[in-house]
Ligand binder design. Structure first.
Ligand SMILES: Cc1ncc(COP(=O)(O)O)c(C=O)c1O
Length: 377
């Protein structure tokens, strides 16, 4: 066990009681609790529609599908992301086109790099708000408008983040959230798709459950007695158990994001102006959700040595991210046909993610800071 894990969850009595209530209700899959979770999530986001699904990946897949993305289409996205962003495009038969990031100060996709990658086949841009730091949506939306493209926001890191006083994830056509265990709120596994477009939401709802026109829940409640299947759908349903946890977690989100902000400031105060250590995101757009605390070392060798030393001291760190295009599968698929992604590759070789979670203690922060400074060479 680590003295300081990379992330931790805030799970307590309220979640346990909410789950107990669901178990006693004897209805465990998609039903009233999930409907409530969706309503509360939509209200929090100030968006018309929220569709709860089984994972962030499912939300991304459905987002691509309901926007009509399919074989032959191209979707521009960063390689500096988790593979799910890219896989969601591949599942539809479309082609992911990687765009480079801004650089060492901001790991979000660069708007001018997006523009370079647009072809007649481009259908959409999928933006990832890295570490909870909002991407440059004003410019990206302007590009999308100019070229008639749809915009998906992968807001897996960015729940509660804002840009121009608008919640991140509600700025493009569709926003996708993840409730995986290391995220700012968690339901174990789970995800949410949000949109202002009722038609897109209805299609996502139908595809979430096999393309069926009614659900088991509707039939139990007597709202429907049969169903038709209108599309090739999936089982991307979530459970009432997950939704019950999600409702409690959502109520804690703003407070926990403030705690993450304070920890981030404490790190910054202690780690700034150290030779051989660069802090990204000292300037950023809007209000972040402080999902990750990334640092940059002078080179890969020093990064790897520091990671080993921190591990020996009981501190877990990670790398966000090994670029998607360099994993074996994508190399096999693309070869070298990705264009220039040198900033992505450079950051990936030198980046290290320090522990950050809302319940992190002062002692844990101090241990990370002192061990890190001691081992900077
Ligand atoms: C940027 C990003 N996109 C998508 C996902 C996929 O979410 P999930 O694990 O809930 O499928 C994750 C996290 O796991 C992520 O970090």
């Amino acid at each position: 066990m680590y003295k300081v894990p990379l992330s931790d969850i805030d799970m307590g009595k309220a979640e346990i009681m909410a789950v107990e209530k669901v178990l006693k209700s004897r209805w465990l899959t998609l039903g009233e609790v999930t409907a409530r979770f969706e309503q509360e999530f939509a209200k929090y986001m100030d968006v018309k529609e929220a569709v709860a699904v089984s994972s962030g990946t499912a939300a991304l897949h459905l987002a691509n599908l309901v926007l009509g993305i399919g074989p032959g289409d191209e979707v521009i996205l960063p390689s500096m992301t988790f593979v799910a962003t890219v896989n969601a495009v591949l599942y539809t038969g479309a082609i992911p086109i990687f765009a480079d990031i801004k650089g060492l100060d901001d790991f979000n996709v660069a708007s001018e790099e997006i523009e370079k990658k647009i072809t007649p086949r481009t259908k959409a841009i999928c933006v990832v708000h890295y570490g909870g730091y909002p991407a440059d949506m004003d410019r990206i939306l302007a590009i999308a408008k100019r070229h008639g493209l749809r915009v998906i926001e992968d807001a897996a890191h960015a729940i509660g983040a804002e840009l121009n006083s608008q919640k991140v994830g509600t700025i493009g056509d569709i926003g996708c959230f993840s409730f995986f265990s290391n995220k700012n709120i968690t339901t174990g596994e789970g995800g949410m798709l949000v949109t202002q477009d009722l038609d897109l939401a209805q299609r996502a709802r139908r595809l979430r459950s096999h393309g069926m026109t009614s659900l088991s829940w509707d039939r139990l409640k007597g709202h429907a007695s049969s169903y038709d299947v209108t599309d090739l759908g999936f089982n991307y349903r979530t459970t009432e158990i997950a939704s019950a946890i999600g409702r409690v977690q959502l109520r804690k989100l703003d407070t926990n994001n403030i705690k993450r902000h304070k920890i981030t400031e404490e790190y910054k105060k202690n780690l700034k102006d150290h030779k051989g250590l660069h802090l990204p995101f000292t300037h950023y757009f809007g209000k972040p959700s402080y999902h990750l605390f990334p640092i940059i070392l002078p080179n890969q060798d020093q990064r790897d040595r520091l990671q080993t030393k921190l591990k020996k001291a009981g501190i877990q760190t990670s790398i966000h991210y090994s670029p998607v295009h360099l994993f074996s599968y994508y190399r096999k698929t693309y070869g070298n046909a990705t264009g220039d992604l040198s900033k992505t590759v450079d950051v990936a070789a030198r980046e290290l993610t320090l522990p950050l979670f809302s319940g992190m203690t002062k002692d844990q922060i101090r241990l990370v800071v002192t061990t890190l400074i001691k081992n900077l060479s």
